[in-house]
Write a protein that binds this ligand. Structure first.
Ligand code: AMP
Length: 297
């Protein structure tokens, strides 16, 4: 593989010129949108894009419009130098690092809204529908700027992937959306830019989140959970044992995010909890084994 040298670009016209030149030379384009503070989870997306495309663009933009609390936005970690290094090491060719005015110029008055359970449950109900309006709007703008063939998103934000797939299809944006599995620490904690703010003690407590998801998923697959409520109770109990109160611990249909009525089909187990002042989300997908569940009823 030829060595890639990462280039930082801050303005939309410069990015368009660069991508157009590479496209004219026959390059396919992979795109990884991020909010920076990059870690091995982001690297997995960039590496996948680099395996599959000649040109890889990574955007680093902390999108103000998707934060419902100013304090959360203010505390969001930023490390541009380290980010560009990590992105380049993972295979990025271009880091697009726009300032807020480049994305939302004076007079910006458009909002992309996805409605229904995809955007209004879980994160949408906890953070408000404005959260996914902010995500949908910025991702639409970024997809239009970059004009990628494929954009890569992490399963860690499973609801975000579903929302993005929905508006990309509805608005007929010519891009393919690919989901990359969640990258975890050895202890199971999903990597997140927010983990940097966890103390050693709250880090231990945070491990209850992947543990609760796993015990619930195991109980669903082996049939020991006989109903959605008993599945949820197992996970919530695991969280409580670690002193963690969930904002939500939900079992939903994995494609519609409607609350599951029974343990059948492909289910998403999703959890949000604040640990040591840091809000964390995580999820697991599980295929419910109807025979096992029914046999034990
Ligand atoms: P963020 O910078 O948090 O907006 O994340 C940018 C992209 O990286 C999103 O598509 C996330 O879902 C993805 N991502 C974040 N953490 C992980 C992880 N631990 N594993 C896989 N993808 C991740």
């Amino acid at each position: 593989m030829t060595e890639r040298i990462v280039q930082s670009i801050r303005t939309v016209p410069e990015l368009r010129v660069e991508v157009a030149a590479r496209r004219a030379a026959g390059a396919t384009v992979g795109f990884v949108p991020t909010m920076g503070a990059l870690h091995a989870g982001h690297a997995a997306l960039i590496e996948r894009a680099a395996r599959e495309h000649d040109l890889v663009v990574v955007s680093i933009f902390v999108n103000p419009s998707q934060f419902n609390q100013i304090s959360d936005l203010a505390q969001y970690p930023r490390n541009e130098t380290g980010d560009v290094q990590l992105a380049g090491d993972a295979g990025a060719d271009i880091c697009f690092v726009p300032d807020v005015e480049a994305i939302y110029p004076e007079g910006f008055a458009t909002n992309v809204q996805v409605r229904g359970p995809l955007a209004e449950t879980l994160e949408g109900s906890e953070r408000g529908v404005g959260h996914f309006d902010g995500v949908a709007t910025v991702v639409t703008v970024l997809l239009n700027i970059v004009g990628a063939d494929v954009a890569y998103f992490g399963a860690k934000d499973a609801q975000q992937v579903l929302v993005v797939k929905r508006f990309v299809e509805d608005l007929q944006i010519p891009v393919q959306i690919v989901t990359v599995d969640t990258v975890r620490n050895d202890d199971g904690l999903a990597l997140s830019s927010r983990n940097a703010r966890l103390t050693a003690e709250s880090c231990d407590q945070a491990l209850a989140i992947p543990a609760a998801l796993k015990v619930t998923a195991d109980a669903i697959s082996d049939g020991s959970a006989t109903s959605v409520e008993s599945g949820r109770a197992i996970g919530i109990e695991r969280l409580r044992a670690a002193g963690v109160e969930a904002e939500y611990f939900a079992i939903t249909d994995a494609s519609t995010l409607e609350p599951a009525d029974e343990l059948t089909g492909t289910l998403l187990i999703a959890c949000a909890a604040t640990v040591g002042g840091v809000r964390l989300i995580d999820n697991l997908t599980v295929s419910a084994n109807r025979e096992a569940a029914t046999a034990r009823c």
